[in-house]
Design a protein around this ligand. Structure first.
Ligand SMILES: [Ca+2]
Length: 180
């Protein structure tokens, strides 16, 4: 039997994810038993952060080993690691929240960053976190002959209709919470 990493709290429940920290934000230790070790994670309102990206400083062009094991600083921008994703989400049924650092726009609430004439939500026929505009609109009109492909490239996305124009998302967060 493995030694507990939390001998000092052996009469209490070992924290398995951020939900066990009762909504206290910040960096906390959890213990994922199938990994057999402590893990530092960032907690937001009981959600366990898998990825945070708020600026260009942290390089995401990484090797498989980096993506598997994680990189960055859990107190800031980071990728927790595929191995951790796997073991964490095997502890139960989790929901995944994806946050984009842009305000949400609909055809009747134009919050996009094109302050001139474009209404991105109307143009792309779907509510989304638009910039000016975008081609990763999962809620948008489906592909036709006019617009046949779209793709991500290093957190950028490029549309066919405007050639080399690229847009950057300002921030994105993936986080999970166990379903109760
Ligand atoms: Ca606009």
């Amino acid at each position: 039997m493995k030694e507990s990493p939390f001998p000092f709290i052996r009469f209490y429940q070992v924290p398995r994810d951020c939900a066990d920290y009762n909504g206290v934000d910040g960096v906390h230790y959890i213990y994922v038993s199938s990994m057999g070790k402590q893990l530092q994670v960032s907690c937001e309102q009981g959600w366990t952060v898998l990825m945070r990206r708020t600026g260009p400083e942290l390089n995401f062009s990484r090797s498989w080993v980096d993506y598997r094991d994680g990189f960055g600083d859990v107190a800031g921008d980071h990728w927790l690691g595929l191995e951790a994703f796997h073991h964490l989400t095997n502890q139960g049924n989790y929901s995944l929240m994806v946050e984009f650092g842009l305000p949400f726009s609909t055809y009747d609430a134009d919050n996009d960053e094109n302050i001139m004439s474009r209404n991105c939500a109307d143009e792309f026929k779907g509510g989304w976190w638009y910039r000016d505009c975008t081609h990763i609109v999962l809620t948008g009109k489906m592909a036709t002959m006019d617009c046949t492909t779209f793709y991500y490239q290093q957190f950028k996305h490029t549309g066919l209709d405007d050639g080399n124009k690229e847009y950057l998302l300002s921030a994105a967060v993936l986080k999970i919470k166990q379903l109760t």
